[in-house]
Design a protein around this ligand. Structure first.
Ligand code: DHB
Length: 394
């Protein structure tokens, strides 16, 4: 017993000294807790994403208290402040020092992209719970995603706009990878269906100022403005949209559901009423599973409403834990294989982890912001079933 422990210690030390990741899994302890490294932006501009996912993972763990072959499952939360270099360093430390069986979290695309090579080299499954650029799942064969993709959401709202006789649009996106996806897939579909995009505007990911672009929107006078901004920026945008009188100028606001984020929606005020978006999750989604989830989430979190990030976290930890049950606590390829093909009922509806792409297949809803029981909600009124990421079809 003592001798085995010593040998393992030596193996681990060899790995830490820089001989690469080979032998890492052999070195992992086969007793003690099964550790999952959860890297989130708990501070900084994306802190609401971290707060939501952390709360959802804690809720799942409290509800299920998983043990696998007598070993407890333990989640180690690390704050990367949404800085990709930090995400990567924390991932490396979690793999080498903590011997985590899985990495999870990833609030923004650059953080996920920076970590993908670590997942590949160490053969550690990496569950993306938030970031949503289509290409992330192609950055490593060890990436599994439980959030969504911008092409999934963007195509559905473009179809809705075309069906509702919206012909002339301006797009406004955050100027980084998911924004580029959101712009391209929306614009291509609008044009395919006979509409026109008269201007394509972008704002920086960090500290965006919406005033200059909103002036351009006003001047272009489109029938609708289509917007993608990352979770947490919607409220500031809505405020500016109203202050500049665009809501009164007859310009319809549409977008992916990130702009009517349930984390902030109730504080956005009347400007948000009537905004139509497409997304995979609304706290107002009508199903017994979701009602149960929302109630438990609010109860555990001082009445905070879960948003799509929270659901990505709740489903992501579930996929890992169910995978570990099937792999009998083994990480690496065995855990990866056990995550592929999982089908289950999420608070958002039925989902599938596509065995080929490792991306999530899910229903995309068209929703309109309405007042429900004195609160602002995304009310679903149409659905496209079982949508695969359109970014993978080429
Ligand atoms: C990403 C981040 C978000 O907050 C969001 O709502 C969608 C995508 C991202 O960086 O991939």
């Amino acid at each position: 017993m003592h001798k085995r422990t010593t040998l393992r210690g030596v193996a681990a030390a060899v790995v830490t000294l820089g001989l690469g990741f080979t032998g890492l899994h052999a070195a992992a302890a086969d007793s003690g807790p099964l550790k999952i490294g959860l890297i989130l932006p708990m501070t900084g501009q994306q802190a609401s994403t971290g707060r939501q996912i952390d709360a959802a993972v804690k809720l799942y763990m409290a509800q299920n208290n998983p043990t696998i072959g007598g070993r407890k499952v333990e989640v180690i939360v690390k704050d990367d402040a949404g800085t990709p270099d930090t995400t990567r360093r924390l991932a490396q430390e979690l793999v080498v020092n903590e011997k985590v069986v899985a990495l999870a979290g990833f609030g923004i695309t650059p953080s996920a992209m920076a970590t993908a090579p670590i997942a590949t080299q160490s053969k550690t499954p990496m569950v993306v719970m938030a970031a949503a650029t289509s290409a992330i799942t192609e950055a490593s064969p060890f990436v599994v995603r439980t959030s969504f993709t911008l092409p999934q959401a963007a195509v559905s709202i473009a179809e809705w706009a075309n069906k509702n006789k919206i012909k002339k649009v301006v797009t406004l996106v955050s100027d980084y990878a998911p924004g580029i996806d959101a712009e391209k897939y929306f614009a291509d579909r609008i044009v395919l269906n006979g509409g026109t995009v008269v201007d394509k505007l972008r704002t920086p990911l960090r500290a965006p100022d919406f005033a200059p672009v909103l002036q351009k929107v006003r001047d272009a006078a489109p029938e609708a403005l289509y917007v993608f901004l990352p979770s947490g920026q919607g409220a500031a945008f809505m405020k500016q949209f109203a202050e500049r009188g665009l809501d009164k100028a007859g310009i319809r606001l549409i977008g992916t559901g990130d702009i009517t984020d349930d984390d902030q929606l109730n504080d956005m005020g009347d400007v948000a009423l009537g905004v139509v978006t497409s997304h995979h999750y609304a706290a107002n989604h009508k199903s017994p599973a979701n009602q149960k989830f929302v109630e438990a989430f609010k109860k555990a979190n001082n009445n905070m409403r879960p948003n799509f990030m929270g659901v990505g976290g709740y489903d992501g930890i579930r996929v890992i834990v169910e995978g570990l049950k099937a792999s009998k606590g083994e990480g690496g390829e065995a855990l990866l294989a056990a995550m592929k093909g999982q089908v289950f009922e999420s608070p958002r509806g039925q989902v599938l982890i596509d065995g080929q792409t490792r991306d999530i297949v899910q229903d995309i809803y068209i929703r309109k912001v309405e007042r429900v029981g004195g609160e602002l909600h995304n009310v679903e009124f149409d659905v496209q079933k079982a949508v695969k990421d359109p970014g993978k079809s080429k």
